[in-house]
Design a protein around this ligand. Structure first.
Ligand SMILES: Cc1cc2nc3c(=O)[nH]c(=O)nc-3n(C[C@H](O)[C@H](O)[C@H](O)COP(=O)(O)OP(=O)(O)OC[C@H]3O[C@@H](n4cnc5c(N)ncnc54)[C@H](O)[C@@H]3O)c2cc1C
Length: 374
């Protein structure tokens, strides 16, 4: 089977490696370098703590695949518990955390609720005085997203895939899908469009509308601190920020702007307000602030219902996008499912792009908000 993958991000290269390993002929087209898109700008938090059954299974499978290849193929998965919490007065999110943990446990996830005393006993460096409720997921950790993506691109090449970098591609339908580049056109049995924030435009240009909106999020890395050795990954649902150990310092993220962005025209530098807010976040989270080493912005993609678009959207054309800020941690599983679908497998009905017409109007809702369904 002759297949093409558009986009060499974490999802595209995973799908390409799996397709090639299963005997398909694969050409990957990437407009820049491998990991030039969001996968090269992501924070790398990974966990399976999802309240929805399908999300929990996808998250668990992704962690399993990260661990299988960790340390042997150019990237490392570092185990680190993931804590998320709501602070006093934020009853809506506190209730959502309690309810979410019950559901996660029903799906077999290793998560538990902690009151502020238990949280302080386990993680003494966290500021816990005003914590209303916290939860901790044990099956969690972090990965350098660019390292995973580059290592998986190498795996794809070793399995026989050809990766053409610095080759922007467009798609047209002419019975079978045809990929056009500055070097000419090639026809394929199946094309997987995994072009991240550009996915809506690439498919719209081929006459296949999908409801996807790119939006901007931000992250920064602090200067070195020994605190990094004894902190969990933390998401403060009331404060709307997360942090994790990173290098010799800490990575702090969010700065979400729920505004649709043009994927060809957006500000890659972090905003001053975000950097200033991070000082408050650190003071709230760990009781100290640190100097900033570097800060940046990147794009995520939203869908009308917050679930991915993963599946066939026109004859021979498959889409893989719309991760609401959770695409890296699920990439090993999402890419695997995408490859299976291209080869005729079932995929995940719940994520089928066929559930939408493509012209839906919707608001961007932040992917990490624990009370987002309420
Ligand atoms: C600051 C930040 C922090 C984040 N933190 C996390 C996190 O902690 N955990 C998590 O799970 N997720 C996180 N995310 C989200 C995560 O980065 C994405 O969900 C994930 O990387 C998406 O991978 P992808 O392969 O779908 O897309 P991308 O990595 O964006 O890859 C798409 C590729 O397609 C290429 N492309 C685009 N158009 C074309 C074209 N026409 N032809 C050829 N190639 C094309 C691009 O150059 C790009 O390389 C974060 C994102 C940001 C910005």
């Amino acid at each position: 089977m002759r297949t093409a993958v558009l986009g060499a991000g974490a999802v595209g290269v995973t799908a390409a490696a799996d397709l090639a390993a299963r005997g398909a002929s694969v050409v990957v087209y990437e407009r820049g370098a491998v990991a030039a898109g969001s996968s090269g700008r992501a924070s790398g938090l990974c966990y399976d703590a999802y309240a929805d059954r399908i999300d929990a299974a996808v998250g668990a499978r992704a962690l399993e695949r990260f661990r299988e290849r960790s340390d042997t193929s150019g990237f490392a998965f570092t185990d680190c518990p993931y804590v998320w919490l709501a602070r006093g007065g934020d009853d809506r999110r506190a209730d959502a955390i309690r309810e979410g943990v019950d559901r996660m446990r029903e799906h077999g996830r290793e998560v538990s609720l902690l009151d502020s005393g238990a949280l302080a006993a386990r993680f003494p460096l966290l500021e816990t005085d005003d914590v209303a409720v916290a939860a901790v997921a044990e099956n969690a950790g972090y990965v350098d997203p660019a390292a995973y993506t580059e290592a998986t691109a190498d795996r794809a090449r070793e399995a026989g895939a050809e990766i053409r970098t610095h080759t922007p591609a467009s798609l047209r339908l002419d019975g079978s899908p045809v990929v056009s580049t500055g070097h000419g056109e090639e026809s394929f049995d199946a094309v997987l469009v995994a072009t991240g924030a550009h996915t809506g435009n690439v498919l719209a240009d081929a006459g296949v509308p999908v409801p996807l909106k790119p939006y901007r999020v931000q992250a920064l890395v602090t200067r070195a601190t020994p605190l990094r050795d004894d902190l969990p990954m933390l998401f403060d649902a009331s404060g709307g920020y997360y942090l994790r150990p990173y290098g010799r310092g800490l990575l702090v993220g969010d700065g979400t702007e729920p505004v649709e962005r043009d994927p060809d025209d957006w500000d890659r530098a972090a905003d001053d307000w975000f950097v200033a807010d991070c000082a408050d976040y650190l003071a709230t989270g760990v009781g100290r602030t640190f100097g900033v080493d570097r800060a940046w912005a990147g794009l995520c993609t939203a869908t009308p219902d917050g679930d991915p678009l993963l599946g066939e959207c026109a004859p021979g054309v498959y889409v893989a996008a719309g991760w609401q800020g959770h695409g890296f941690m699920r990439a090993p599983a999402l890419g695997e499912v995408a490859a299976e679908q291209v080869l005729g497998g079932d995929g995940i009905d719940h994520f089928s792009p066929a559930r939408f017409d493509g012209d839906e109007d919707f608001d961007i809702v932040e992917g990490m908000d624990v009370a987002r369904d309420e």
